[in-house]
Design a protein around this ligand. Structure first.
Ligand code: FEO
Length: 396
């Protein structure tokens, strides 16, 4: 991607990684991502906010040069994760007069992750400290847990532009960083929130309040499109960090020989007949990111699993682990499935993997072999239980 002018003396110089399909060896990125990096020119100094994955350092340097920038005085590091910090050593080498500006925790992490960063070129700032670029002032706002404990935001006061790093990001490769079509970025942005921010929902809610107080005119995150209408990311995040739930059931499931699949079909229909939206996902084929997106507001998680030996299928256990790690907002959870010779421990096994969630575990339905009339009746009862719980929360 070429450099893009955001305002006079302010340029996007990041890169799009169109073909990236996995992040942190865990998170699927079916629409790629961007590593956003920004140039801020003052009258007396120029700053670069964040860098890019090291494999794209040449593109970053090309974009900086094509923006007409010959000298960088400060490299601001909002976050030590490699997708934003990985090119710092090369940038420091390429711009020998540049200083690296970050907070103490981020400094420690950067030096631990990249010992080749010269420690004597690091300037350590404190919360709300400022840096004068000449007619432009950068204010640094510590914001732990808008992904890692060292994360911070940078606010360009005079232009009222916030650079919040991962906060409000999307894993979405775009050729126009100012693309503002919510229909396109909504789903990648929600998946991103679920996977990166939801585990720290309380902290993220505080940062959203901080951003509202700053009232920036523009928000430029470190992944995906920037926001000239700041009401959009604030509205979306206020909903996602809230306790709001939807009248929805997420059914991650896996079936070894088809019996559990028949139970999924029956439960899905029973829930739909009761006016509940259902999201069933075959875990052998589903994109985990889509499942994560539903964890933001589904009121119930119903895990369907066949058995491997006498335990839940490992793929179902993995789905439970992910829901637990991401701290899904669901209020109810349950388990159903088929077993061969013993499956009685499966519901307790799955429930034991959901310890982080504040869920009521509803009665499970486990059946030996093929589902019977009694099995389907028990699944109807499960649907009734879920409906009653959703109604108790006023969900429609
Ligand atoms: Fe985009 Fe937490 O790095």
């Amino acid at each position: 991607m070429a450099n893009q002018k955001i305002a006079s003396g302010i340029y996007y110089v990041g890169v799009s990684h169109y073909d990236r399909r996995l992040f942190d060896a865990l998170i699927s990125t079916p629409e790629g991502t961007t590593y956003n990096s920004y140039i801020i020119q003052g009258q007396k100094a120029t700053a670069l906010i964040d860098t890019v994955e090291p494999e794209f350092k040449a593109l970053l340097l090309r974009n900086i040069k094509s923006a007409g920038i010959e000298k960088i005085d400060y490299i601001i590091s909002n976050h030590a994760e490699q997708d934003h910090s990985g090119s710092i050593p090369d940038l420091l080498a390429f711009y020998p007069e540049a200083k690296l500006v970050t907070n103490e925790k981020c400094r420690d992490l950067l030096l631990a992750l990249m010992p080749d960063i010269p420690a004597d070129r690091v300037i350590t700032i404190k919360d709300h400290e400022t840096l004068d670029l000449g007619g432009r002032t950068l204010e640094f706002i510590l914001a732990p847990w808008i992904h890692w404990p060292e994360t911070m935001m940078t606010f360009l006061r005079e232009d009222s532009i916030l650079f919040p790093c991962d906060l409000f990001g999307s894993h979405l490769a775009v050729s126009n960083i100012s693309m503002d079509d919510e229909r396109v970025f909504y789903e990648p942005m929600k998946r991103y929130y679920a996977q990166i921010m939801m585990p720290y929902r309380g902290q993220v809610a505080k940062r959203v309040e901080t951003v509202k107080t700053l009232a920036p005119k523009m928000i430029c995150p470190s992944h995906g499109p920037i926001f000239k209408d700041t009401g959009i990311p604030l509205r979306l995040y206020e909903d996602w960090v809230s306790d709001n739930l939807r009248n929805e059931v997420l059914i991650p499931w896996v079936s070894t020989h088809g019996a559990t699949a028949r139970m999924v079909e029956h439960l899905t229909s029973a829930l739909i007949e009761r006016g509940i939206d259902v999201h069933p996902y075959d875990l052998t084929a589903a994109d985990l990111g889509r499942i994560a997106g539903h964890l933001v507001d589904a009121a119930t998680i119903a895990i369907g699993t066949g058995c491997v030996l006498t335990a839940a299928h490992p793929v179902a256990a993995y789905a439970a682990l992910v829901a637990n790690a991401l701290r899904a907002k669901a209020k109810f959870a349950t388990v159903f499935g088929s077993f061969g010779w013993s499956g009685v421990k499966v519901p307790d096994q799955i429930a034991g993997l959901l310890g982080n969630l504040k869920v009521e575990i509803l009665p499970p339905v486990m059946t030996k072999g093929a589902p019977t009339t009694e099995t389907f009746a028990a699944l109807d009862k499960m649907a009734d239980d879920i409906l009653a719980r959703h109604q108790s929360l006023g969900l429609k």
